[in-house]
Design a protein around this ligand. Structure first.
Ligand code: ATP
Length: 267
């Protein structure tokens, strides 16, 4: 990723606008949650994956969802965005139920999902990839939204006519995040954005995610194997094990819990 790859703007990560948080709502609070998941069950065929999962993500915060391979993290994001059906429980965004809605309706309700794997269409240019993110936006807003994306993510503007397949891993990750933001979501679901990236690039991508929260008040659910990096920017951490929540607390508290870290998070 080039040095100008991060989000532009004056506010550094950590310069968090207090107004981004729901008033009187701590990181583990429920009142005012942008995303509220209660007693959720989901799976595939005969395989039950998620069981009784309850997570509240406060508006304008980052919730890191952590846990070993197979814990159910990806399934959780797929269930929120509607590609896996909830078998029981409730998922609400700003009080509106998402359960049994089609993926497109969930996207229109303000949820953007960036799946694992930096999935760009390699033969299309950077700009053509970005335009796919505009399908839910009214036509009159599209030109300004693209211009805004280039201003925010300078590296994409520099490479707008280049095939996306020529981008580095970090640049692809920026592209898929920028594409998701073009739908103007309130809740951004990110699946393993650090996967396959060098440590320096991971730090840049995490910094970008923190800035999206701090500057835009975005609510982020961040699934990560890289628990240490995720907890550095998260407000809250949730640990899944075999489809159940085994810990949910303030990110700093979770990072300081040596037993939990060693047992579930591998650091
Ligand atoms: P990873 O980091 O390895 O992706 P994860 O925590 O994201 O792990 P999931 O991908 O949600 O976990 O997988 C949870 C369980 O669901 C695993 O046992 C997995 O084998 C199973 N699973 C995932 N996708 C399917 C599918 N399409 N059909 C059947 N089982 C699946």
């Amino acid at each position: 990723m080039a040095d100008n790859g991060g989000a532009a703007g004056n506010g550094a990560a950590g310069n968090r606008a207090a107004g981004n948080r729901a008033a009187g709502n701590g990181p583990t609070g429920r009142a005012g949650s942008a995303l509220d998941i209660r007693d959720l069950a989901a799976g595939y065929g005969n395989v039950a994956v998620l069981d009784n999962v309850t997570i509240a993500a406060a508006a304008g915060t980052i919730t890191a969802v952590l846990g070993a391979n197979g814990a159910g993290k990806t399934t959780l994001l797929r269930t929120i965005s509607g590609s896996v059906r909830a078998r029981a429980g409730q998922i609400e965004i700003d009080g509106m139920s998402l359960v049994r809605r089609a993926p497109e309706e969930i996207a229109r309700a303000g949820v953007a999902h960036v799946p694992e794997g930096q999935g760009v269409i390699t033969e299309l240019t950077v700009e053509e990839n970005l335009r796919l993110g505009l399908l839910l936006r009214p036509r009159r807003e599209r030109a300004a939204a693209i211009a805004d994306a280039y201003q925010r993510f300078g590296v994409l503007g520099d490479r707008r006519r280049q095939a996306a397949g020529t981008l580095s891993g970090g640049e692809r990750q920026i592209l898929v995040i920028a594409r998701a933001l073009l739908s103007a979501p309130r809740v951004l679901l990110l699946d393993e954005p650090s996967l396959g990236l060098a440590p320096k690039i991971v730090a840049q991508v995490m910094d970008l995610i923190a800035r999206l929260r701090d500057e835009s008040g975005l609510t982020v659910v961040l699934v990560e194997q890289n628990a240490r990096s995720a907890l550095e920017i998260a407000d809250k951490g949730v640990v899944l094990n075999l489809g159940r929540v085994v810990a949910e607390s303030d990110a700093a508290e979770l990072a300081a819990d040596v037993g939990l870290r060693r047992h579930y998070l591998g650091f």
